[in-house]
Design a protein around this ligand. Structure first.
Ligand code: ADP
Ligand code: MG
Length: 232
């Protein structure tokens, strides 16, 4: 049996209180195993980003349990350290640091984790090479194209062999070939043993997934096999 990397059990997230309470998630249960790519789809406001934030320990649930690699996140004091070690996150707005080069952006989480600069840089260059960006490693984010920035953000999530990759619309405004390249990268990380949760609006990209989870109003409305076989 495949090893479960992330497990959400009856997870809820309420923002605010009383009349003003917003129920972003209302009781979601989901497991993603090593080697699995699960796409999350659903209308705007349905809870997709909330689900990813909770799965990666960027936010804490108001109900239920989130477990990453067998560890209940509620028991973890230093969530930032666990995230740097186990979780690769591709943010919707990328969050690259403009004053750091591509390589430095990718190195940063490893350096924060105590990896020596020399080794962190070597690892960063390796993964930048894998995403086809070796030649722009020493350029700053505003000196490269949007698609390249997106791939830098992906590289940062892949460095250090993290086991859980959470990607919130990583294909954003990319053209189709570039978007497909991103999916290929995520898919190959799956084959190497990672578990991937991918938020996407496009069924084309969801076609790369093993499973598609549809969220509606903070609940899983439906789970299916990937809808588009032809994309693969
Ligand atoms: P999606 O990513 O599917 O568009 P989100 O997870 O961002 O949806 O948001 C789900 C719901 O939770 C929305 O109604 C949103 O307005 C609300 N929400 C998200 N974050 C907060 C917050 N920090 N405070 C209040 N409401 C929030
Ligand atoms: Mg969102």
């Amino acid at each position: 049996m495949k090893q479960v990397v992330v497990s959400l059990h009856d997870v809820a997230r309420v923002h605010g209180e009383g009349e003003a309470a917003v129920h972003a998630l209302r009781g979601v249960s989901l497991q993603v195993a090593s080697g699995e790519l699960v796409a999350v789809m659903g209308p705007s406001g349905s809870g997709k980003s909330t689900l990813l934030n909770l799965a990666g320990g960027l936010d804490r649930p108001t109900g239920g349990t989130v477990t990453v690699e067998g560890v209940d996140l509620a028991t973890v004091k230093d969530l930032a350290a666990l995230r740097r070690r186990s979780v690769g996150y591709v943010f919707q707005d990328l969050n690259l640091i403009p004053s750091l080069t591509a390589a430095e952006n990718v190195m940063l989480p490893r350096e924060l984790d105590g990896v020596r600069a020399h080794d962190a840089r070597r690892g960063a260059l390796e993964v930048l090479g894998q995403v086809g960006l070796a030649h722009v490693a020493d350029r700053f984010p505003d000196e490269i194209s949007g698609g390249q920035r997106q791939r830098v953000a992906i590289a940062r999530s892949l460095v250090g062999e993290r086991r859980l990759i959470l990607a919130d619309e990583p294909t954003g405004a990319l053209d189709t070939p570039t978007g497909d390249e991103i999916l290929e990268l995520l898919r190959s990380r799956c084959e190497a043993g990672a578990a991937v949760l991918l938020v996407t609006h496009e069924s084309r990209y969801a076609g790369w997934a093993d499973r598609v989870v549809f969220l509606r109003d903070g609940l899983i409305a439906d789970t299916t096999a990937a809808p588009v076989e032809s994309a693969r």
